[in-house]
Design a protein. Structure first.
Length: 213
């Protein structure tokens, strides 16, 4: 995992800690607007100046944050490349102010789509179709030896383009944990793993501070 972020490109510190509109990262990605954020950082929409102004997502965290998660996000997303439900990885980098990850931009997440629906709920058929794709996405991350550990509606989004608008994408691997060792064997569970996830959606085992499996 250490190699994942070390492989990323170093950038100058003049970019600043908080990204600004029209700011350009690594002479390639031009920031358009902030589209999200939380306790672990911020998300921006940007355009790729080297790829026909394609719209991309840029995730940023402060290099001084006590809880840094982009290193894990980079490691997992790279291993997921080529999987049906994974965003495309474009690049990453760091400086003395912030770390960043650039990936494909998707549409709205399932939590927002549900809230915006007429009855604030999905139909049974939509729920089944989404559920099948979500299970397949979970199967994909398990196939590379990782657990997501924060499965919830807001961590899945629909594609943004006409070709992907019915495709579900898994997001946010900051809390992921590798459950297989280098030999492909399941790691020994910790006696007290601590809580990881979101209270409303976490597994019972997570609430009991047990390792998930």
């Amino acid at each position: 995992l250490h190699q994942a972020i070390n492989d990323c490109t170093m950038t100058s510190s003049s970019e600043g800690e908080i990204l600004q509109t029209s700011q350009i990262i690594r002479e390639r990605w031009k920031i358009k607007a902030k589209v999200g954020g939380g306790g672990f950082g911020e998300i921006y929409e940007a355009t790729d100046l080297q790829n026909r102004n394609e719209r991309v997502a840029v995730k940023v965290e402060s290099s001084k944050a006590t809880k840094q998660v982009l290193k894990m996000e980079v490691a997992v997303l790279r291993r997921l490349q080529g999987k049906r439900h994974a965003c495309k990885f474009y690049g990453c980098g760091r400086n003395d102010k912030f770390n960043y990850l650039v990936m494909s931009l998707q549409g709205k997440n399932l939590a927002d789509l549900r809230r915006e629906s007429p009855k604030q709920s999905f139909s049974l058929s939509t729920t089944i179709r989404l559920g099948i794709q979500i299970l397949n996405a979970i199967r994909e991350i398990h196939s590379i030896g990782f657990l997501h550990r924060d499965i919830k509606p807001s961590n899945f989004s629909m594609g943004r383009t006409p070709l992907t608008m019915r495709q579900v994408y898994m997001l946010d691997f900051g809390l992921a944990r590798q459950f297989l060792n280098a030999k492909g064997e399941i790691r020994t569970p910790r006696s007290a793993a601590g809580f990881r996830g979101t209270v409303r959606y976490a597994a019972v085992s997570a609430h009991k501070n047990k390792d998930l499996s």
